[in-house]
Design a protein around this ligand. Structure first.
Ligand SMILES: Cc1ncc(C[n+]2csc(CCOP(=O)(O)OP(=O)(O)O)c2C)c(N)n1
Ligand SMILES: [Mg+2]
Length: 804
């Protein structure tokens, strides 16, 4: 791309003009979308609008430097970029704004995300990878500001892995020699978030091909830079990251966001540095504006001074580009005005087409409902009431689906006592409607492909006659060895994961064998360890991100919940990140390092599997299962289990623990005890003691909390014993309440119960330190024994007299 018309021949000046004009068209078209988009919200056709106006010109420059195979991780201002790379049309823009629940109409999210959240498709509709190096890629946006940063790190690091790790050379569908750049964008105010700083530091340490653009318009909604950024200048305070001859770091560049020529040069240069040298680049794009203010929720006249508003009008990037085009004789004022008019019309037409396409299926469904309501009215004693519902529905010229099916559902109440074929028809229509429409809003939380994790069958560990008893961590370590030799795309990273092979030596010696890129140490930065994993997984690698202790998952929890857990859902199954998060938790010592906050996790992480293996063989089996599939999971190893002896299986790397399947570890007839993880050992001990007291308990290990007991085996046990106690070391009302609810309600266990179903949990507070801290904070063998005994006493006081 030439940027200096004076220096060129006549012919190339013509080419240059065409290119600039084409860019201008994209910018104006994008601006028009923003202007009309706001009107659509204010007139009630769309719910909320946040647009890219004022940020158009730098995005044209970025799009030119962005190559096939590259990745974007950005935020809601990037519509012009998406249009410039050919991944967003005017109709699609408006389909997104209206929430059109069809992936072909709104390829960003099938209406699940508000407009301004962009994505491309990494997967085919059958769940298989597309050729990612033959297309331009955008990871799916999330709304929390700076939430795009951690994943950006992994997207960039993947290029480094592909370039330097042996065994991946033939994956040209995922990378071509690691030449891909990951491009991030963020608003100036969002650089105040910790995630921004954590990512910037980590990318500097890792030296990954990442180009970070900061769109600086001096505001974050109403809050000025003076409240956001020290010295009001993000690139100035990042100066210490600048690389020099002796030290690695960043290339930091500043540029004015309305200067088309300079922007073109800067983005070309940034792309080259990142792509060729694998060095991160930071571009501070200054002097940007917000012509319509932040979003449709407010007006910036309330908080910007008249001077500032005038300055923004004077520095509008499109107006500036236009002036420059006229003064450099690229186009005349008249040509551009004509063009503006045409573009306005094109956008209006696109908007209209999108609205009609959005409404068409709903109008058809409305007609179906009206016909059926009419038939029902004519056949019913309550005709007058049903007729009224029908008339109201017919009067709605722009009906949404809730209105349509709501009318049909309310009408059915008037014919409860009637039996007619018209009633049957409407009932069938409503039921069928939910079958078709509900998945539009609820599908793809987990994989729906044939190789989904819950479809991977169990393979039991097998043992030689002379199988050795070893520390649990040896089973894990030797199984990981098999994993890394079998899957060249697998890698693990975390704090102390590399050189010493994790704090419990479950990866001992593996860095020497597989190299520092595949078995690696990271800084203490849980959120970006997680993000690293997400980005690597989105690019087709199989990362295992290690969070040293379950207690410190809290630092990564926001990213797990907002980004990883929603990825498949928010893209309607068009992107995936099969990341395995490995951690260790449950009882050890103290307020931290003893965490078992499973209730919190299972509620915040729907979309991720949560696996709670009771020993290291089970844990290893989960890793083997997960690597056969492609879904994200959190595996919580028992922190107090690494030195406990387990028999060494002879089918390492092959045995698989099934996901969503419980295991009965002791059969019994008097009561069902359900537990998991470290607590299960205590429950098993208690069961032996109970046996001696004449109580025959059945003990079930749930093994996986998400999903829980897909085969409904737990209720079969309750049907036999008629009594139920769930035991765990979470707080009262945590995961134990979730399990109880599952058995009693979801599995209809209430029908079989002769005693009140109960839970035995840890205390409300966190566990105190030391042996007694543990005893008086978490359930002990005596607690389990006595709780079970109390239930039996209540049922049968003569056989089980009061204990204490
Ligand atoms: C974590 C989080 N906090 C608050 C918000 C609400 N919010 C949305 S945009 C925004 C301001 C962002 O400003 P900036 O990063 O400068 O981007 P700009 O909109 O100015 O381009 C805020 C506070 C959010 N989305 N996420
Ligand atoms: Mg801003």
């Amino acid at each position: 791309m030439q940027t200096n018309p004076q220096a060129n021949s006549k012919l190339s000046f013509e080419d240059f003009k065409t290119e600039v004009l084409n860019d201008y068209k994209i910018a104006v078209s994008s601006r028009e979308c923003s202007l009309l988009g706001r009107r659509e919200v204010l007139t009630g056709k769309a719910k909320f609008g946040i647009f890219g106006d004022g940020k158009e010109v730098p995005q044209l420059a970025w799009a030119k430097a962005f190559k096939n195979g590259d990745w974007r991780s950005g935020y809601y201002r990037d519509q012009t970029f998406m249009m410039a790379i050919g991944e967003l049309t005017v109709e699609q823009f408006f389909a997104g704004l209206y929430g059109h629940a069809d992936i072909d109409a709104d390829p960003m999210s099938a209406g699940r995300q508000m407009g301004g959240h962009f994505a491309t498709h990494s997967l085919n509709k059958d769940g298989t990878w597309k050729n990612l190096t033959a297309q331009k890629n955008s990871s799916a946006d999330i709304s929390p500001t700076a939430g795009q940063m951690p994943r950006l790190l992994g997207l960039a690091q993947a290029s480094k892995i592909f370039r330097n790790v042996k065994g991946l050379e033939d994956r040209n569908d995922l990378s071509i020699n690691g030449n891909e750049v990951a491009w991030g964008t963020i608003g100036n105010a969002s650089t105040s978030e910790g995630l921004f700083w954590e990512t910037i530091n980590a990318a500097g340490v890792l030296q990954v091909p990442m180009v970070m653009s900061i769109w600086d318009d001096e505001y974050g909604i109403s809050v000025h830079a003076k409240h956001q950024t020290t010295k009001e200048n993000i690139s100035e305070i990042l100066n210490g990251f600048q690389r020099n001859e002796d030290e690695f770091g960043y290339e930091i560049i500043r540029v004015k966001g309305w200067n088309y020529g300079e922007l073109m040069e800067v983005y070309q240069k940034a792309g080259e540095i990142a792509r060729e040298e694998h060095v991160p680049v930071l571009i501070h794009v200054q002097e940007l504006t917000q012509p319509q203010g932040h979003s449709t929720s407010g007006s910036h006249e309330r908080y910007k001074s008249a001077d500032r508003l005038q300055w923004e009008r004077d520095h509008d990037c499109i107006a500036k580009m236009r002036e420059w085009m006229i003064s450099s004789e690229i186009a005349t004022e008249e040509t551009l005005s004509e063009l503006d008019k045409d573009l306005k019309k094109q956008v209006r037409d696109g908007k209209k087409a999108a609205w009609e396409a959005f409404l068409a299926p709903q109008k058809q469904e409305q007609q179906e409902a009206i016909t059926l309501l009419g038939n029902l009215a004519n056949s019913s004693a309550n005709k007058i009431f049903i007729e009224k519902i029908k008339i109201d529905l017919s009067a709605d010229t722009e009906p949404n689906r809730g209105i349509i099916v709501g009318a049909a559902r309310r009408a059915l109440r008037y014919v409860i006592a009637e039996t007619t074929s018209e009633k049957r028809q409407l009932q069938d229509w409503v039921n069928n409607y939910f079958e078709i429409v509900q998945p539009k809003f609820s599908s793809h939380l987990y994989s729906e492909a044939a190789n989904r994790a819950t479809n991977i069958s169990e393979v039991k560990p097998t043992y030689n006659n002379d199988a050795e008893d070893v520390d649990g961590r040896i089973v894990l370590r030797d199984n990981f060895d098999h994993i890394f030799s079998k899957h060249s795309e697998a890698l693990v990273f975390g704090e102390d994961t590399g050189a010493i092979g994790d704090v419990n030596q479950g990866l001992e010696g593996l860095q020497e064998k597989y190299g520092e890129l595949r078995i690696s140490d990271t800084g203490i930065r849980e959120a970006t360890i997680l993000g690293q994993g997400i980005g690597l997984a989105m690019r087709g690698l199989r990362p295992i991100a290690e969070i040293q202790y379950l207690d410190y998952v809290m630092y990564a929890l926001q990213i797990m919940s907002d980004d990883l857990a929603t990825l498949r859902y928010r893209t309607n199954g068009m992107q995936k990140a099969p990341l395995i998060v490995r951690t260790r938790g449950h009882r050890l010592e103290g307020i931290w390092h003893s965490g078992s906050q499973m209730g919190g996790l299972i509620h915040l992480l729907r979309g991720i599997y949560i696996l709670v293996p009771r020993d290291m063989t089970k844990a290893a089996g989960f890793y083997n299962t997960l690597l056969e599939s492609d879904e994200p999971a959190l595996v919580v190893e028992c922190l107090n289990g690494y030195r406990i002896k387990e028999k060494m299986p002879d089918n390492l790397g092959e045995f698989k623990t099934p996901i969503g399947v419980v295991e009965t570890v002791k059969e019994g007839t008097d009561i069902t005890l359900v537990s998991y993880g470290s607590t299960l050992r205590i429950v098993r001990e208690a069961a032996i003691e109970l046996q001696q007291a004449g109580i025959d308990a059945e003990v079930i290990d749930v093994q996986t909390l998400l999903p829980l007991d897909l085969n409904h085996d737990m209720v079969k046990s309750v049907a036999k014993t008629n009594r139920l106690l769930v035991i765990d070391e979470d707080v009262p009302g945590g995961a134990s309440a979730y399990i109880l609810n599952h058995i009693v309600d979801h599995q209809n266990g209430y029908q079989h119960l002769d005693s009140k179903p109960q839970a035995l949990t840890a205390k409300q507070h966190r566990p105190a330190y030391g042996t007694d801290g543990d005893y008086f904070s978490k359930p002990s063998t005596e607690d389990v024994f006595e709780k079970v005994y109390e239930i039996m006493h209540e049922a049968n006081p003569s056989d089980f007299p009061k204990l204490r």
